[in-house]
Write a protein of this length. Sequence first.
Length: 236
Amino acid sequence: MTLVFGRGPLGPDRAGWFSKPVPDGLVYIEPHPRRVQAIKAGATVIDTEAALMAHQAGRPLSYLFPADIVGDLPGEPEPLAPGYVRVPWDGVDTWLEEGRVLVHYPPNPYHRVDCRPTNRGLRVSVGGQTLVDTTDTVILFETALDPRLYVAPEHVRTDLLRRSDTTSYCNYKGYATYWSAMIGDVLVPDVAWSYHDVLPESQAIAGFFSFDADRAEVLAELPGSAGPSGDCGCAV
């Protein structure tokens, strides 16, 4: 989704500009020379390195497959790529790319995560109780999203946090665990999240916490921003 999402170059809130006007609704389709497999009822029904990838605003990032390899799977022809079809994500049981099991959508070749140790300040409070006040942080830059700060658990009042039932998944960070704050007798839901079984590109934030500015009072020293956005930018 990075090209057509958020601040991406074809997104609704692009951060930069083109030398010439670019029409809205532009679709970008390109070869995707990675091994893509689909499993259904225990059988491999797609196994190819001939997929295309379609970047289109308003639609999830998707694979396109040669029509002659999808067999009896449901498929939607793509007029912009004659001879190719989209297979619904839920049309099979499991998708894999180069052996990694995928969730929700394909990983984006234009998406990057950079985690850098920093001394940018982070102060978080809920209901008048300070949960974090430190300059020992990690800043996470993620393509097309606002940067945000993560902090090690030793700098967090974890005694005031309770694990919630909420979870989300990111193709670049993994599954997120959410945490609620117990302030006296009041439970404030899902004020923070953390990643424990972290994907390789995000190892620097394994076990670290980030905080939701819509649910807590967050003062974060971030470039070009008064604070982080409201959530982790992942699919719940």
